[in-house]
Ligand binder design. Structure first.
Ligand SMILES: Nc1ncnc2c1ncn2[C@@H]1O[C@H](COP(=O)(O)OP(=O)(O)O)[C@@H](O)[C@H]1O
Ligand SMILES: O=P(O)(O)OC[C@H]1O[C@](O)(COP(=O)(O)O)[C@@H](O)[C@@H]1O
Ligand SMILES: [Mg+2]
Length: 530
């Protein structure tokens, strides 16, 4: 007899269609190598397929893997330059690594993308573990490296620049490093800046990017012409999803021209919207800094009658900063993110919730991600679809829109006196230097990128996957965007912590339209998140 009592949480579960098990289809990727194993418990029993025996661009898309093991490998310079000589890694002589038990990463070391498994799970996708290799494909004195930063700012960019320069110099004896100024267009429109450990010594203490940045201006041919003309053979590209797409174009062109140039991407995004990696650098710093704005809002609204505080945080398509800042704070009553449509009026709507909280606590704090509710803002502001130089949609100010709508509702319709405080700290958060833990993270990213390029890997992005740094094909990280999954537990944790409405109240939603949009969105997410 089953005496167990159903968990009260089971009521809150989304409909079963949301929880349907995912198929074992792997995402389309040209570089995935599938290896079958005799035993699931064995470690790597078969050697990884070497590039000589398996074409790197083998079309193995949409394969169904049963008990298979897949290595989503990164390209190597020897794929298109098979006679490239290799040399012993100078780290063999390094004092820093003198007593390290295992200086070099074993070629068969890989990092699993999926870490929660059950005994019948397929082995799934793996990435090459990042770190120094026994052999390098560049003589130190022949390396001419360059570093470029593109896209929006993010805390920690300067630390990454510093550590690439110091890593190349101290670990590999490279002293020819150029800074490309002002983003991609700097390759062909600006002079380079010589970078030495001395020049970059204390840049990590400053926010922004020492090399400056820009949007737009990616001209692959002009960039690669310039790389060729200047004799650059290692390119370190720090930037977000757009930048990584640009890096992939550069790598492809370099390969087409058969140049011995390693292209390494270091993912940067304050929005944490880059797929595969655990989180992006600067994200922790941003969440921490957001607390100051939330605290200020809370102090303000707690001190007045019917105080309503609204804090707008960054997050164009992904509400991670808002979600984590809310979870960290405990002073936030409601968090609105782009992934979770909301509505204002009627049962289960935001106005009703605000009124309840005002009755209960006499104040309320709302955190809104900049990309939230854009469709509603556009309806009332008749915004035109403007884009920035990189082609990203320019967002309308959801904070101002929300402020105005709440004011109108309570003062005009409900005849209630309210005290509205709107705080927009977005650029202040983005412009600060990284905190201690992000600084360490940036150091690891930079050193991993340097080890990878020296080892001849190219067309890769570096980043932690389940806490282990890995080399990930650029194409893999640009295929999808990392967004908050409403069907994952983290969003449920937030709802449980704030006790805010989920805005999924289908039957009672005004007009039903918002509700239908929401369900469509979640259903689409179910498909795309496989
Ligand atoms: N699909 C693409 N192909 C080539 N370059 C791109 C692409 N998308 C964006 N870029 C370039 O990458 C740089 C940064 O992109 P942007 O979207 O502004 O920032 P982020 O990289 O932070 O997402 C810009 O110079 C832009 O021209
Ligand atoms: O005003 P800017 O500099 O274009 O930046 C605004 C945008 O940059 C972001 O921080 C994201 O930038 P990236 O895509 O460059 O990482 C968004 O959150 C924000 O909408
Ligand atoms: Mg971007």
């Amino acid at each position: 007899m089953d005496l167990s009592i159903p968990s009260p949480l089971s009521k809150a579960s989304p409909p079963s269609t949301f929880l349907s098990s995912q198929s074992h289809k792997l995402p389309r990727s040209p570089c995935v190598h599938y290896l079958n194993f005799t035993s699931r418990n064995s470690s790597l029993k078969k050697p990884l397929v070497s590039r000589q025996t398996l074409p790197i661009r083998a079309q193995l898309s949409d394969q169904t893997v049963d008990d298979g093991f897949a290595l989503d490998d990164v390209p190597h310079l020897t794929n298109f330059l098979p006679d490239l000589p290799s040399y012993p890694n100078p780290l063999q002589q390094s004092q820093a690594y003198a007593i390290v038990k295992q200086t070099f990463v074993r070629p068969e070391d890989v990092v699993a993308q999926k870490i929660v498994v059950h005994k019948d799970s397929p082995r799934g996708v793996h990435f090459r573990r990042a770190g120094p290799r026994e052999k390098v494909y560049f003589k130190s004195e022949e390396v001419r490296a360059c570093i470029v930063t593109c896209g929006g700012l993010c805390p920690g960019i300067n630390t990454v620049i510093r550590e690439i320069v110091c890593g190349l110099n101290y670990m590999y004896g490279v002293d020819d490093i150029l800074g490309i100024q002002g983003g991609y267009r700097g390759f062909y429109s600006k002079n380079t800046l010589p970078l030495t450990p001395k020049v970059v010594n204390d840049i990590h203490k400053r926010g922004g990017t020492f090399l400056r940045t820009s949007r737009g201006g990616h001209d692959t041919h002009k960039i690669v012409d310039n790389i060729q003309d200047r004799g650059i053979n290692q390119v370190y590209i720090i930037g977000g999803d757009g930048t990584q797409r640009g890096a992939a174009r550069i790598y492809e062109e370099v390969e087409k021209r058969g140049l011995q140039v390693a292209v390494a991407g270091i993912p940067k995004t304050i929005d944490n919207d880059i797929a595969v990696i655990d989180k992006s650098f600067g994200f922790d710093t941003a969440v921490e800094e957001a607390q100051r704005a939330i605290d200020a809002a809370h102090v303000e609204v707690e001190s007045v009658e019917n105080g309503i505080g609204i804090v707008k945080l960054m997050g164009r398509y992904s509400g991670f900063i808002a979600m984590f800042a809310t979870l960290a704070s405990r002073d936030v009553d409601c968090c609105l993110i782009p992934e979770s449509p909301f509505y204002l009026e009627g049962k289960g709507g935001l106005f009703e919730f605000i009124e309840e909280r005002l009755k209960e606590n006499r104040h309320i704090v709302i955190v809104v991600a900049e990309g939230a509710g854009q469709e509603y803002v556009a309806q009332s502001m008749h915004g035109i679809d403007e884009k920035d130089a990189s082609g990203n949609r320019l967002l309308l100010d959801v904070g101002l829109w929300l402020t105005q709508n709440i004011k109108d509702h309570f003062t005009k319709e409900r005849k209630m006196e309210i005290n509205m405080k709107y705080i927009d700290p977005t650029y202040m958060i983005r412009a600060i230097p990284s905190n201690a833990s992000d600084n360490i993270y940036c150091t690891l990213l930079a050193q991993s990128a340097v080890h990878g390029a020296m080892a001849g890997y190219t067309g890769f992005t570096v980043g932690p996957v389940n806490s282990r740094h890995a080399y990930i094909p650029i194409s893999h990280v640009t295929e999808t965007q990392n967004t908050v999954k409403l069907t994952d537990r983290m969003w449920a944790r937030l709802l449980a912590s704030t006790n805010q409405p989920s805005f999924l109240n289908c039957d009672e939603a005004i007009g039903g339209k918002v509700c239908k949009d929401t369900i469509d969105l979640i259903n689409n997410m179910k498909i795309t998140s496989i």
